[in-house]
Design a binder for this molecule. Structure first.
Ligand SMILES: Nc1ncnc2c1ncn2[C@@H]1O[C@H](COP(=O)(O)OP(=O)(O)OP(=O)(O)O)[C@@H](O)[C@H]1O
Ligand SMILES: [Mg+2]
Length: 319
């Protein structure tokens, strides 16, 4: 079957900034692909190239076999795009926004109304919400309407650029559910995100990019197995306890603990499972050290980065 997306050595520069430095990736139809990367990694540039909004400098990029540079019209008919910043008209109702988007897409009035109603339904927006002016919506609802607008053209492939950045935890989960149900109904999705947990919840495959290059790719399970570890995080009450806690956490089986002075935290990468947590709690207690909080968690994007690239995600120069 033709892949939904195929990028071969894709390149894009803005003056001296190399935004895409030879991206290679394939997204099979039926998969949700998450492109994960820190600020400036090239995520939006990649999505804009896919949606024919910018022309790559080199390499190949195809959507269901159609070349984005040579057949932009065919590509546009296959995709829906929800950009990084919600593009909705606040002085119109949710429904009016969607009908307008459908008319702009070239649908006749009747089909536009029909598809707008279907998109509202797909995102769980009811009659009352749909009739209200968007300016009275919460951020989460705006995002939903924006997402709904990308569906009125019945796309085969939906491109979502950081769909939940800036939303509160509940709105994020609601939007995740909406995206998941779209996928169940057969829409292919490529989404970009800065959050490992988001990629983890939604994607069947993750491509991690940094400085416009793919640094790792695989299923969430494969990537985690590659990192293969959890993180114990200890919040100390007093600044002067940072070093003693770090000393207690050091053991030949673990990597070196990291001290974050600003947040008074010591973090330690440990093998998955709760065994090490027990030992660490015991050691802290024996040493008589006071802590505010101890937790065991999955690695953050920063830590995944650190593990894969040997440097923290914030240290990238491309800003
Ligand atoms: N139109 C432009 N003109 C000049 N530089 C640009 C332009 N668009 C992007 N860049 C640069 O290209 C690089 C990649 O940017 P891009 O917006 O793709 O990153 P991103 O991964 O989407 O980041 P974020 O998470 O902050 O949205 C950055 O260094 C950015 O400053
Ligand atoms: Mg972006």
């Amino acid at each position: 079957m033709t892949p939904a997306i195929e990028a071969v050595d894709l390149r894009k520069r803005f003056g001296k900034t190399v935004a895409l430095d030879g991206i290679n990736l394939v997204a099979e139809s039926g998969q949700v692909l998450a492109v994960l990367g820190p600020n400036g990694a090239g995520k939006t540039t990649f999505v804009r190239a896919l949606s024919t909004l910018l022309r790559p400098d080199g390499g190949e990029l195809r959507v269901f076999g159609h070349d984005v540079s040579k057949q932009p019209g065919s590509v546009r008919r296959l995709i829906g795009l929800a950009g990084q910043y919600a593009a909705v008209e606040p002085a119109m109702s949710g429904r009016e926004n969607l009908e307008m988007a459908a008319r702009l897409f070239g649908l006749d009035r009747k089909t536009a109304k029909h598809n707008a109603a279907r998109a509202l339904d797909q995102l769980g927006l009811d009659e009352k919400d749909a009739g209200r002016l968007v300016r009275t919506y919460s951020g989460g609802m705006r995002r939903k309407v924006d997402l709904a607008a990308s569906l009125v053209g019945t796309p085969r492939l939906l491109l979502l650029d950081e769909p939940t950045t800036g939303l509160d935890p509940r709105s994020r989960i609601e939007l995740w559910e909406a995206i998941r149900s779209l996928v169940e109904q057969g829409t292919d999705v490529l989404l970009t995100t800065q959050y490992l947990d988001e990629a983890d919840h939604l994607a069947s495959r993750i491509v991690i990019i940094d400085h416009g290059r793919v640094v790792a790719a695989g299923t969430p399970k494969e990537l985690k197995a590659r990192i293969g570890r959890n993180v114990i995080e200890v919040h100390v009450r007093r600044f002067e306890d940072l070093v003693p806690v770090a000393r207690v956490l050091s053991s030949p089986n673990n990597g070196a603990p990291r001290i974050e002075e600003a947040t008074r935290r010591v973090t330690l990468s440990v093998e998955a499972g709760i065994g090490r947590l027990r030992t660490v709690l015991g050691a802290i207690e024996t040493a008589g050290l006071e802590v505010d909080d101890v937790s065991l968690r999955a690695p953050s994007l920063d830590e995944v980065f650190l593990a894969l690239t040997g440097r923290p995600a914030e240290e990238k120069g491309a800003q």
